[in-house]
Design a protein around this ligand. Sequence first.
Ligand code: NAD
Length: 332
Amino acid sequence: MKIAVFSTKTFDRQFLEAANLDNQHDLAFFDPHLNKDTAILAAGFPAVSIFVNDQADATTLEVLASRGTKLLALRCAGFNNVDLKAAEYFDLSVVRVPAYSPNAVAEYTVGMMLALNRKLYRAYNRVREGNFSLDGLMGFNLHGRTVGIIGTGRIGAIVAKILQGFGCHILVYDVYQNPEVKALGIKYVELSEIFTSSDIISLHCPLTPETHHLINTDAIEQMKDGVMLINTSRGALINAKAVTKGLKSGKIGSLGLDVYEKESDLFFEDLSDTIIQDDVFLRLTTFPNVLITGHQAFFTEEALRNIAETTLGNINEFEKTGDCKNLIRVER
Ligand code: NAD
C-alpha cells in the first residue's frame, strides 16, 4: 500500500524501512506535521501514518478523505489528536499501536523521579564546572514514601510494580480497577486521597475531556506541601499556569515533565537558534526544581521496533480484511 508518513524523523525512517523489508509497502516520508495545510501532501495515498503532535482535526481529515485516504495509522498509543467522530463521518479508519513498550515509559518515569529528587541534572553540570558543593542537592529517600499513581493501565501498573520494589507505599486511582494491580496488594483510593496523601504523584491516564487539566489550582491546593509531580503522559493533563503558581509558592516541591500542553510547537525540533515565544514554557524552565524533557519516555530501541512493526502490521491487516484488531472505535 502507498503510505504517507508524516512527522518523519531519522529514527522513524530507519525503523519503518527495516520493518518494511518483510512487506511490500511504498513508503513516502514527509518531515512536516500533518495538519490542514500539509494534508494535501497525502493526495493519492490510501494510508497516512502520524505521530503524537500531528493534528487530525475535522478539516484535515476532510482533505485526506477527499484525496483518497482510507486509513490513518497512528505510530503511538494516545489518540487525543484525532477527531474520531469526523474520521467516522469521512469513512476513515483509525488504527494505533496500543502498547509499544510500557516498560520504556515506566522506567523513564521512575528515572525522572530519581533524577529530580537527587538533583542529578544539577550535579552533572556542577561537576563539569569544578563545583563540588552539595548545597541545594539534598533529596529524600523513596523508601517509605507514598506515591500516588493516576491511571493504572499498562504503564501505570509497571510504575507501581517498580516503586513497590523501592519500598514505596503505593496509592492508585483509576476509573477502572486493574486486577494485576490489585493482585500486588495495592489499594485503589479516591482521587482526592491521591492528592492529599501522596509525596509523589505520577500521571498515567490518557488525555480525555474528563482528564483535561486534571491537575489544576483546586487539585494543587489539596496536595501535600513539597509534593513531587511527574507527568510522562500527556501535557494537557496539567494546567501549566496553575503548576507555575504552585512552584512559586513552594507548594509543589519539584516537577518532572516529559510532555507539555503546547509541545507541538516545540518538541522533536532543534530550536536552539530561535527565540521561543511560549512564556509559560520558558518560565517553567527557569525553576531549579523542574526537569523537562522533550517527549522521550518512549524512546528505546525496543519501542521503536515495536512501533514500526505494529504500524505496518496494522496496515497489512486492514489491507487484507478491511478491519484491524487495533482499530479505534468511536465510543457512543
Ligand atoms: P492504558 O490505556 O493502558 O492505561 C490508561 C489508564 O488510564 C486505563 O487504566 C484507564 O482506565 C485510565 N483512565 C482513563 N480515564 C481515566 C480517568 N478519568 N482517571 C483516571 N484514570 C483514567 O495506557 P498506557 O499505555 O498505560 O498509557 C498511558 C498514557 O501514557 C497514554 O495515554 C499516553 O498518553 C501516555 N504515553 C506517553 C508516552 C511518552 O513517551 N511520554 C509514551 C506512551 C504513552
